[in-house]
Design a protein around this ligand. Structure first.
Ligand code: ZN
Length: 670
């Protein structure tokens, strides 16, 4: 897999608790802890599906939850042991549940559940417990819990209490051995140089249809000292979980909506049995070709952000079905893909003469699992393999019931009043941000990632560690540039020529200021999407300075973003898009690195502190995630399933505990 092709859109909306209509779960806050807010999403249209479609969704959601332990295992060797231990302690605890130590323990447990392990899902830093080792030991003793039942006691205690032991899941710091210093469980006993040499020896650079090397493996050293891959498959690594996924996919099979969807599911089952990446590519091609089925799903080893080398895919699943009314929007965009490509502000040599199969739709998620749960992307563009995208196209989706939940949760949280410069701009956001944010995601996914071409002979991995950031930058710029294009009005996608300004303002505000609330004081920006947004907004701030296009102004001692010239801002987005596309098309690593290092990484400590202080007063959680709805089959007297019902009552920890109780498959250590 090439890092450059990774394609997830992360929500930037800043939401906060509201008083939601109890009959509508969308945006209802179910839990709030540390820097996290957990909310519900509605699943509009589920009850109107046919029984056949509901059954298909039901078994696919079971297949989704069945893979939960895989991601926990991938995220860290001791995560499953830790989860068992913490959940048992929590369930058994008979002491004072109002004591500060217990409350700190509960917060820690919630953080670990949210991170699918002991690392923050976004920063990938290890969580710091707020309870003492003394309290922990005393509680184990009083509740009669034997630490050795979960693993080697000294190791488990170091894991929790020693901040220097396996401190970070994904280390991207330049100049270090990224494999040795990353605590994920994707490698064991090997150095970065050994892994790179291993893949270099296996990669056939003349192969025009290369498999995504390493996508479904852990790389280790065998007892003979050779570097080898352990394959995730039935009979291989994580076999018990994969067997259960396969069993549910088999149950889903009879309910497939078409022959091609049957083929998709059957091929995925076969891939899980063999672990053969050629089969995964065959599956991906079938999956891209199935554009008709209403119900669709992702289930597999997909995004490689968790691997500092961008090889191994984190396990994830999203089951969904098409929102037909909203999909008209993306059909219009895809239907005009070639027009957008032909008119993009990049050197014609870097444009695709024939944009292939950019299919796009708007979906409602029915379940989120693995790497997409509890924190979830709001848009997806798959598959990731570059050659498949070039030859067969890709499928792009906007997950509208999640964006709706963010939007519902964001109203009235005080964010706009604090950070948006004036009332007219706030009104603009109220009126047009939801639609322009969705359009941004559509354009980013359906057109942005699919646009452009490499010059002949350019290595798709040429941008190496900066590949993901620059790819996201490219897709965002493509979206930003076209959001302001009169073409969108002509196509009926927007009804006001000023609507795009809502998204422009939010993007600049987020990139220059408010996304900093996700960064701890003194730290750099590391995550690819955040770097991308910072790169774009800092670059246009600087390049637009002579014309005063955008500025940071002080009002009553507070910093605000002021956009003075939206048209020039658009021109700057176009100019930067031209340069980023050139960097990608020519594989100009040095230029890409220079841009990232100059604009995307370093944080102004004074502004950072101001943002954090202002943010703290609002009590808004910087990160959001979701609890899933619960699907229950309804049976008649003979045991036949006559319906599947959906409910939204389950709480955050109860859902986690139920999943652990009913879907645990793997041993404590993996
Ligand atoms: Zn993207």
């Amino acid at each position: 897999m090439t890092a450059a092709a990774m394609a997830v859109v992360v929500a930037t909306t800043s939401a906060m608790a509201n008083l939601t209509d109890p009959s509508n779960p969308s945006g209802t806050i179910v839990d709030r802890f540390a820097d996290i807010e957990v909310m519900r999403y509605a699943v509009p249209g589920f009850n109107e599906l046919s029984l056949n479609q509901k059954m298909l969704i039901y078994y696919l959601t079971e297949a989704a939850i069945s893979g939960r332990d895989i991601l926990w295992g991938q995220n860290g060797k001791y995560n499953l042991a830790l989860r068992s231990l913490l959940e048992d302690m929590y369930a058994k605890y008979q002491g004072d549940k109002t004591s500060p130590e217990f409350l700190a323990f509960e917060k820690y447990l919630k953080q670990v559940e949210f991170g699918n392990g002991i690392y923050h899902h976004y920063s990938t830093d290890k969580f710091v417990p707020g309870f003492s080792e003394k309290w922990f030991d005393a509680t184990l003793k009083s509740e009669d819990l034997d630490l050795s039942k979960y693993g080697e006691p000294a190791t488990l205690k170091k894991l929790i209490f020693d901040p220097s032991f396996l401190p970070k899941r994904v280390n991207q710091a330049a100049g270090q051995d990224l494999i040795v210093t990353s605590a994920n469980n994707l490698y064991d006993g090997v150095t970065q140089a050994e892994v790179e040499a291993y893949y270099a020896s296996r990669k056939d650079t003349t192969d025009l249809t290369p498999v995504s090397y390493g996508l479904n493996t852990r790389v280790i050293k065998n007892p003979q000292g050779e570097v080898v891959e352990q394959v995730y498959k039935v009979g291989g690594l994580y076999s018990e979980a994969i067997e259960r996924i396969v069993a549910n996919l088999e149950k889903a099979l009879p309910y497939a909506e078409s022959q091609i969807q049957k083929d998709v599911i059957a091929k995925l089952i076969s891939f899980y049995r063999t672990g053969n990446l050629k089969e995964f590519d065959e599956y991906s091609i079938l999956w891209v070709d199935d554009t008709k089925s209403k119900v669709d799903f992702v289930n597999g080893f997909i995004e490689s952000y968790g691997d500092p080398l961008g090889m191994t895919g984190a396990w994830e699943s999203i089951v969904n079905f098409r929102n037909d009314a909203a999909s008209k929007r993306t059909e219009i965009i895809s239907g005009n893909a070639q027009w957008f490509e032909n008119n993009s502000p990049v050197d014609p040599r870097f444009r695709k003469p024939h944009v292939k199969g950019v299919t796009a739709k708007v979906i409602n998620a029915a379940i989120l699992a693995g790497d997409a749960y509890p924190a979830s992307p709001i848009g997806i563009n798959l598959p990731n393999a570059n050659w498949i995208r070039a030859a067969h196209g890709s499928k792009s989706v906007t997950i509208e019931n999640l964006t709706q939940a963010y939007d519902d949760a964001a109203h009235g949280n005080g964010f706009n009043e604090e950070f948006v410069i004036d009332e007219p701009t706030r009104r603009l956001l109220d009126e047009y941000l939801f639609i322009t944010d969705n359009l941004h995601t559509d354009l980013h996914e359906c057109l942005g990632h699919a646009s452009g071409q490499l010059l002949p002979g350019v290595d798709p991995d040429a941008l190496k560690a900066h590949g993901s950031t620059l790819e996201e930058t490219r897709a965002d710029l493509f979206a930003l540039y076209y959001l302001a294009d009169p073409k969108l009005l002509e196509l009926g996608l927007l009804d006001n020529p000023d609507a795009y300004k809502a998204e422009y303002y939010k993007f600049m505000l987020n990139g220059l200021m408010t996304q900093l609330m996700r960064i701890e004081p003194g730290k750099d920006v590391e995550e690819a999407h955040m770097r991308n947004r910072k790169l774009i907004s800092e670059w246009v701030l600087e390049k637009g300075a002579p014309d005063n296009v955008v500025e940071l102004v002080k009002i009553d001692g507070k910093t605000f973003v002021r956009i003075n010239d939206y048209e020039k801002l658009r021109a700057l987005f176009g100019q930067l898009l031209g340069e980023i596309q050139r960097i990608k098309s020519e594989g100009d690593y040095a230029a890409g690195e220079a841009l990232v290092e100059k604009y995307a990484v370093k944080v102004d400590p004074t502004l950072h502190k101001e943002v954090l202080d202002r943010y703290a007063k609002l009590n808004i959680a910087p990160y959001k995630g979701f609890v899933n709805p619960v699907y229950t089959p309804v049976k008649d007297a003979d045991g036949n399933i006559t319906d599947v019902t959906i409910s939204f009552e389950e709480g955050y920890l109860p859902q986690m505990f139920r999943y652990s109780r009913d879907y645990s498959t793997l041993p404590h250590e993996n």
